[in-house]
Design a protein around this ligand. Structure first.
Ligand code: SAM
Ligand code: SF4
Length: 315
C-alpha cells in the first residue's frame, strides 16, 4: 500500500532477536545487552509469522530477517520456511554476521531464504577481532564460502564505513568485486546507540569511496543504494548514505523489533505495539504504522531519536 507521501511500502525488516554472538563496538555494549528481553517479551515463531502474514495483506512482498543475530534464534529455520510459504512474499532475505553460516547455509537455502547480506567491516584479522570484540574473520569468510556452496547468488557484503577505523581498506574491499559476483555495500555509520557520542571523525561520507576509487562507474540505483562498478568486474559496489544523502523520499520499508513493535521510521522513537495481536486487529495496526511514516528523518540536524541500540531495532 502507499503511505501518506505516495511511497509504495512493500518491504518489512523483521528483527527476530536482540541477542547476538558478537559485540560490535558501534552496535552493542561490551558486556552484552543491558535489560535483555525476556523470553516472553520476544516474538514467538507463530507471532513473527502472523505479523508477516498480515503485513503481506497490506502490500508487503519482501521480508528481511535480522536482529541481533538472526541465526542464534533457535526457531529461525521454522520462521524462514513458514514465511517463504506465504504466497504474497516474493523475496525472503536475511542479514547475518556470517559466524553460523558454515553450519546453517544449506538449511537456510532449503527453508526458502532467497538472498543473504553478510556483514564484514574489515579484511584484517586483528581489526575484525577489535571491531566485533569476540568474532574471528576466519569464521565469517568460511560462512561466505558456505553460502556460495549452498547456492546463494549475488551475496551482499555489508561494510559500515568508519573514519579512522576501516576507511584505509576501501580500495581492498572494492577490489574484491573484480573476481567475485558480490555487492560490497558501504553503509554510513549512523549516530545511534553505542556510537551516538563517537568522535565526529568516525562519521564519514560515502563519497569517500568514490574519492578513493575513481574507477567506479555509476550503474543504477537499487532502492536505497546507488550501485557502481569497476570496469570488467564480476561484482558491484553499493553506496548507502542515510546521512549525507537522505533517501527518505525512496523509503519503502517498515521495521518490526524483536519485541513486536512496529517502527515507522528507523530514527524515530515512535513505535506501535503488535505483539500478541492476530488477524484484522493486527492488520489494522500495521496499516496505522504505514500511515504514520514521517516524510523524512532529521538525522542531518540531530542525532537519531531512536531510543534503541541497533541490535534492538534490526539494522
Ligand atoms: N547481526 C547481523 C549483522 O551484523 O549482519 C544483523 C543485525 S545488524 C544490527 C544489521 C546491520 O546493521 C549490520 O550490517 C551492521 O553492521 C549494521 N549496523 C549496526 N549498527 C549500525 C550503525 N550505527 N550504523 C550503520 N549500520 C549499523
Ligand atoms: Fe551483532 Fe550484528 Fe550488532 Fe554486530 S552488528 S553486534 S553482529 S547485531
Amino acid at each position: 500500500m502507499e503511505d501518506l507521501f505516495n511511497r509504495k511500502i512493500n518491504y518489512l525488516r523483521l528483527s527476530v532477536t536482540d541477542r547476538c554472538n558478537m559485540r560490535c563496538i558501534y552496535c552493542m555494549p561490551e558486556d552484552g545487552i543491558h535489560n535483555k528481553l525476556s523470553h516472553s517479551d520476544v516474538l514467538s515463531v507463530e507471532e513473527a509469522v502472523e505479523i508477516v502474514r498480515q503485513a503481506a495483506k497490506c502490500g508487503i512482498t519482501k521480508v528481511r530477517l535480522t536482529g541481533g543475530e538472526p541465526l542464534v534464534h533457535k526457531g529461525i529455520l521454522s520462521i524462514c520456511s513458514e514465511i517463504s510459504a506465504i504466497p504474497e512474499i516474493k523475496e525472503l532475505c536475511l542479514t547475518t554476521n556470517g559466524v553460523l553460516l558454515k553450519k546453517m547455509a544449506k538449511d537456510l537455502k532449503d527453508a526458502g531464504v532467497d538472498r543473504l547480506n553478510i556483514s564484514i567491516d574489515t579484511l584484517q584479522e586483528d581489526k575484525y577481532a577489535k571491531i566485533t570484540r569476540i568474532g574471528t574473520l576466519k569464521n565469517t569468510l568460511e560462512g561466505i564460502a558456505a553460502a556460495e556452496e549452498a547456492g546463494f547468488k549475488n551475496i551482499k557484503l555489508n561494510v559500515v564505513l568508519m573514519g579512522g577505523i576501516n576507511d584505509d581498506e576501501i580500495a581492498d574491499l572494492v577490489n574484491l568485486t573484480i573476481d567475485h559476483d558480490w555487492e560490497i555495500r558501504f553503509i554510513e555509520l549512523m549516530p545511534l546507540g553505542e556510537c551516538i557520542n563517537w568522535d565526529k571523525g568516525a562519521f564519514i561520507s560515502i563519497d569517500e569511496v568514490l574519492k578513493r576509487c575513481p574507477g567506479l562507474k555509476p550503474v543504477k540505483t537499487d532502492g536505497v543504494a546507488a550501485i557502481y562498478k569497476l570496469d570488467g568486474a564480476k561484482g558491484s559496489v553499493g553506496l548507502i548514505s542515510p546521512i549525507s544523502h537522505s533517501f527518505c523520499s525512496n523509503c519503502n520499508r517498515i521495521r518490526v523489533t524483536a519485541d513486536g513493535r512496529l517502527k515507522p521510521c528507523l530514527h524515530s522513537k515512535d513505535e506501535i505495539h503488535l505483539k500478541g495481536m492476530t488477524g484484522d486487529i493486527l492488520k489494522n495496526e500495521i496499516i496505522k504504522g504505514i500511515n504514520s511514516k514521517p516524510m523524512e528523518h532529521t538525522l542531518k540536524e540531530t542525532k537519531s531519536q531512536s531510543l534503541r541500540n541497533m541490535n534492538r531495532i534490526g539494522g
